[in-house]
Design a protein around this ligand. Sequence first.
Ligand SMILES: NC(=O)c1ccc[n+]([C@@H]2O[C@H](COP(=O)([O-])OP(=O)(O)OC[C@H]3O[C@@H](n4cnc5c(N)ncnc54)[C@H](O)[C@@H]3O)[C@@H](O)[C@H]2O)c1
Length: 249
Amino acid sequence: MSTNNKVAIITGGARGIGWSTAEHFIDNGIFAVIADIGKCPKAFDKYINAGNGLFVKADVSKEDNIKKLIDLAYKKFGRIDFVINNAAIAFNKPIEKLSLAQWNKVVSVNLTAAFLTARYSAKYLRKTKGAIVNIASTRGLMSEKNTETYSATKGGLLALTHSLAISLSPDIRVNCISPGWIDTRKSPDDSQTPPPFSKADHLQQPCGRIGTPRDIAEMVLYLCSDKAGFITGQNFVVDGGMTKKMIYI
Ligand SMILES: NC(=O)c1ccc[n+]([C@@H]2O[C@H](COP(=O)([O-])OP(=O)(O)OC[C@H]3O[C@@H](n4cnc5c(N)ncnc54)[C@H](O)[C@@H]3O)[C@@H](O)[C@H]2O)c1
């Protein structure tokens, strides 16, 4: 495999969109550092053994964990080119039942972590003229009921994105992706394929199907590449067109 020696840190990379992004980056010659509070997938061993990957057990809601993550990534590979803020959680419950502790937890994982990774990696990203990609959600733009913490933190990421893009310019480009419905049910070490979604689930999306993690990984890679060298501070909605569809009952 060819390598260009660039290095990406991907938070929440042990499954779902983060995992797909890590694999896609490695396939394109970029070293991937996965940071996750969960276990390292067995499927990542082959990349670690080949020297293309590093797994760091980290809780991104904790400042010292993020500092350690950035330090370890730099120590292992000697540079940092891309930071993908992907880890997220949600407590979807009625506002009367949502505690302040739960609110604060979601804010720390989904939003504060992106501030902290930027804070601690900026000095390395400036050197490499690197890029940050924040994974938000279409729920930062529109809502279902009982999604206050998730929606608010994703909306916060949109604003943090343009703010960082200006503060860190011209050295570091900072962009955001807002995925729609992405099927992340299958974990990297799962042998079984989940049951298919219904035709109606697929066909309600203007593109005619539910998204795949790879749909998002492709956009992350593009935004990190030189092809996106004139793009910063933007939010890219990758949702099969759902947020452009008018729904009147
Ligand atoms: N799947 C979707 O339909 C969808 C839609 C819109 C936006 N998104 C966003 O895309 C991103 C990835 O989504 P996904 O569905 O792949 O998520 P997921 O839940 O499948 O995986 C998230 C990963 O983050 C890790 N994680 C959770 N808390 C952490 C913490 N404190 N520190 C470190 N790691 C932590 C988990 O262990 C897990 O491996 C998230 O930001 C999510 O909000 C997903």
